[in-house]
Design a protein around this ligand. Sequence first.
Ligand code: GDP
Length: 327
Amino acid sequence: MNFMKKSARIFVAGHGGLAGSAIVSRLRGAGYDNLLLAGRGELDLLDQGAVRAFFAAERPEYVFLAAAKVGGIHANNTYPAEFLYENLTIQGNVIHSAWLAGVRRLLFLGSSCIYPRLAPQPMKETDLLTGELEPTNEPYAIAKIAGLKMCEAYNRQYGTRFVAVMPTNLYGPGDNFHPENSHVLPALIRRFHEARLAGAPEVIVWGSGTPLREFLYIDEMADGSLFVMNLDEATLAGHLLRYPKPCFVNLGSGVEVSIRQLAETIREVVGYGGKLTFDASKPDGAPRKLLDVSAMKALGWEAKVSLRQGVEETYAWFLRNIERVRG
Ligand code: GDP
């Protein structure tokens, strides 16, 4: 049984992004047709007054908070002020306004980088704030931790039902394929593709190739998010609203690969025959980042799409949208 009625008024903040657009597709596919979407031109989520007025006027019942400033290791390192300010401000505005407007449930999207750099692997929800963060994305992680603590604080003080999911590295159709600012998976799809077309002898992969990462296909993130939002009241309360239990749950595939293995998979899918060269002058970031997904499994959800399958879908989308990607 779904908790949210098909006619429910649902606001997806950040519906133009990778995560938000997948959530909108998933909702529409499930028959939700009363979606509230506002483009950047209509609603600036950094503007506190505008966000408050929007909630007061539109009265959404449910909110998916998928709006965020995101990027890969280089972007996080280059724009730390923007990552901290924009994420803190957007989530502060949306969460506070959701409370003022009496939103029934809100789902905040976090990130697996909230966990300590050297957390035991796989990382459990209870590992939060047990050690130092990975410096290359600390500002982003601090903002995401503040966001989920804000959900928790509002639940404790005001009795709201604001919960969160912590997705692992996401990828898929609609991703950002920027050569420097994107995440590793889309960056390598583009680099291998362009190297194949140019007949280039080698492709540069940043870092040592040894860091281990877990990837989740974006449609599965959307499916898992909808699953959490639709949990019945007793399950939601029992698992996510009993402070000091965490108000969030990990969302991952439970499978990790090295950056080298990832690069080999992408090379095969793209059909590039040249060699891989690792550029050790670029940062590796966290050595390992695997989520413990047993809490979601216990609730009844798990990921199914393999990395190979997801990379194939993403490359097919890239080829269909190549002009847009380059734009
Ligand atoms: P992270 O998970 O926060 O470290 O985010 P990224 O997706 O940006 O990087 C993951 C790993 O892939 C890091 O070890 C990077 O050094 C490595 N990597 C290899 N080539 C690239 C690339 O072209 N772009 C990015 N962003 N990372 C790369």
